[in-house]
Design a protein around this ligand. Structure first.
Ligand SMILES: Cc1ncc(COP(=O)(O)O)c(C=O)c1O
Length: 476
């Protein structure tokens, strides 16, 4: 039975009103061929009108062959819709409301699936190697958990078992010192940043970001009326000396700068922490893919080095698990916990209670650590193949930026303009190879001629051929 909403305003020509609204729904496709219309008795009851009023409306529809019925059977939307019947004009054109102008400058997400045979995009893990069966089991168990079977809301910061599991995991894997109370579960990094922005920033405040840098947070900050200022990045990470003194928040990716891939050096980390303390600013440390390391000694996160409570650490399961799960977390200094919980509550109350127990179990039973170990080996091999091939075959074209973690490397294109790099990327796409060009991540006017090569999504066996085709795209 089709549930159909008829709005009756006033009490005049009720039958005509029912007829017009059902007819319009059929003509504009909301009611489809074969859909059952509500029984006259039922619709009459729900609208508190007499059955004959509804019957009269249905008879007009039958007369126009927009509906069909047999004695004793339901009334169905008819197959023989006469498209020449003029539609009833809409009461409004649908253009009355305008979004704030800032949304004109915000890009929509472009990280959808690609059918390209050689997908070197940076932001994806290898979904084919994800342990779907184990994850499905964890989700099935979560479906039976108490929060799914009782009508309750969970605390905004997340379920206790997941917060405890995350605290334990990052304590071991990243030396982040956090108790479960410091953790807030979020819908990915993007919502974590939204929560932080809501609690710390006023319209007109300044946020410093890395230039080049990750784009979605910039759009988020701008949409909140915050001023975004790009700060250059060199081989040691963000150039702290060039931070605007009035920045309230500095957003950085110190473990694996996005997109260049450099690691922020220890002196730079100390300088940034000292700067934040001097200026009473907050640092958002986005540690998005450092679970995958391929050599070199890991540096302590800013969060660990911070003794004054200026660092907010953000983690995500988009690289270690799947981006579509939309799971991430914040490690908050105690001074921000309460406000952050309120901000999460006003945003979406809390993250899904289906995902949270499933992930807690996945972490607690060792599946998560096993998956990271397995993927670490896979990505390490891919990183090795990509970097060795670039050094061996692309010497004339590319200068690799050293980096030893994560799911992508960046390389500067020698003696080429940004426009030439865009052409190379286009030519590669025609050969079935997708890479991103660096310039698209620039914040200010200075754009670097370079490319980013991700190895999360592409199977190991396809990397060599993909890079051969990329090489030919330089030579064309
Ligand atoms: C720098 C950076 N941070 C975070 C993320 C992940 O964001 P989310 O957790 O919202 O999926 C990405 C994904 O590509 C990224 O590049």
């Amino acid at each position: 039975m089709t549930v159909f909403h008829v709005s009756l305003i006033g009490r005049r020509d009720i039958s005509g009103e029912i007829y017009r609204q059902v007819r319009q729904a059929i003509l504009d496709g909301r009611l489809k061929n074969g859909d059952r219309l509500p029984a006259t008795r039922e619709l009459a009851r729900s609208l508190a009108v007499s059955r004959s009023t509804v019957t009269a409306a249905y008879e007009r529809l039958l007369g126009e062959r927009l509906a069909a019925s047999r004695i004793g059977a339901a009334t169905l939307v008819s197959a023989k819709i006469d498209r020449s019947i003029p539609t009833v004009p809409r009461s409004a054109s649908g253009r009355a409301l305008r979004a704030r102008p800032v949304w004109d400058s915000v890009a929509t997400s472009v990280a959808s699936a690609s059918s390209a045979p050689f997908d070197f995009r940076n932001c994806f893990p290898d979904v084919a190697l994800f342990p779907h069966v184990i994850w499905c089991r964890a989700v099935a168990r979560a479906l039976r958990s108490s929060s799914m079977t009782s009508a309750v809301y969970e605390p905004p910061a997340g379920t206790k078992p997941l917060r405890a599991a995350i605290a334990a995991h990052i304590g071991v894997s990243r030396n982040v010192r956090a108790s479960p109370e410091d953790i807030m579960v979020t819908n990915g990094t993007q919502q974590a940043l939204d929560v932080v922005a809501r609690i710390l920033l006023e319209p007109g405040d300044v946020v410093a970001v890395e230039d080049p840098g990750y784009t979605p947070p910039r759009h988020l900050f701008k949409s909140l009326g915050v001023r975004v200022v790009g700060v250059p990045v060199d081989g040691d990470g963000l150039v702290v000396d060039q931070l605007p003194p009035n920045a309230r928040v500095v957003y950085v990716t110190p473990s694996h700068q996005f997109p260049l891939g450099v690691t922020m050096s220890l002196p730079r980390r100390r300088a940034l922490l000292a700067w934040a303390k001097r200026n009473n600013a907050a640092i958002i440390e986005d540690d998005y893919d450092s679970e995958f390391r391929f050599g070199g000694r890991p540096l302590d996160p800013l969060q660990t080095l911070d003794s004054a409570g200026h660092v907010i650490y953000v983690g995500t399961f988009s690289k270690t698990m799947l981006p579509a799960l939309r799971l991430g977390f914040l490690v908050l200094p105690p001074s921000l916990r309460v406000a952050a919980a309120k901000a999460k509550f006003v945003s979406d109350w809390h993250t899904s209670t289906l995902a949270q127990p499933a992930l807690a179990r996945f972490i607690d039973d060792g599946s998560f650590a096993r998956h990271i170990r397995k993927m670490g080996n896979v990505y390490s091999q891919r990183h090795g193949i990509v970097t060795a091939t670039i050094k061996r075959d692309f010497g004339a074209h590319l200068e690799l930026i050293p980096s030893s973690s994560g799911l992508h490397v960046a390389a500067l294109v020698r003696a080429a303009s940004v426009e030439e790099v865009v052409s190379i990327v286009r030519r590669a796409a025609r050969r079935g190879v997708v890479v991103r060009h660096l310039a698209q991540f620039a914040v200010g006017a200075k754009k670097r001629a370079g490319i980013i090569i991700g190895y999360g999504a592409i199977p190991t066996s396809k990397i060599a051929e993909g890079l051969r085709r990329l090489h030919r795209s330089f030579a064309d």
